[in-house]
Design a protein around this ligand. Structure first.
Ligand SMILES: [Cu+2]
Length: 166
């Protein structure tokens, strides 16, 4: 009987800790990384229509972040980057020209990494990759290089320059 009580207490504590951890992590910004990866993967596949759709989603996610739920320093960083991120996302979403989309994606990625470094977007590892041909960066969930700037022409060109949460 005592054992069961202890077990119940242990489970209750674990559940409480889990709930608390989720509440303190910025749920407001968690959809951002997912939609960013959507844009990135579309560009890897050289699919400008999907890049546009993904970017529209990203822009929507940026606009709907509830800043009140962010800690003060996170809020400051977010406010500083919000407009810039929205600007590039909008351009990608309104274009069908993949070269133009990739120009804006380079900018978007640089600003988005600033945000990812300052505000915890995920518990997963984030790779910050660099393309020496394009002299531009991108974020990825995988260690393997899949270059969004040239697609199949130069899929594995680049290297990991920084990692988060590793
Ligand atoms: Cu543009």
């Amino acid at each position: 009987m005592k054992k069961i009580f202890l077990m119940v207490a242990l489970i209750a504590t674990t559940v409480t800790q889990l709930l608390f951890a989720q509440a303190t992590k910025s749920a407001a910004v968690s959809p951002l990384l997912k939609s960013y990866y959507g844009v990135k993967n579309a560009l890897v596949a050289s699919n400008s229509a999907d890049a546009a759709t993904g970017s529209a989603e990203f822009a929507k996610a940026i606009a709907s972040v509830d800043m009140k739920t962010l800690a003060a320093p996170d809020m400051e960083t977010f406010m500083f980057l919000q407009e810039k991120l929205a600007f590039d996302a909008r351009h990608i979403s309104e274009s069908k020209d993949i070269a133009h989309q990739r120009e804006h994606f380079a900018n978007l990625s640089a600003n988005f990494f600033k945000l990812a470094k300052a505000v915890k977007l995920t518990d997963e590892t984030v790779y910050y990759d660099y393309c020496p041909m394009k002299k531009s960066y991108w974020l990825s969930a995988d260690a393997a290089i899949k270059n969004p700037y040239y697609g199949s022409q130069m899929l594995t060109c680049g290297k990991v320059s920084e990692t988060l949460n590793k």
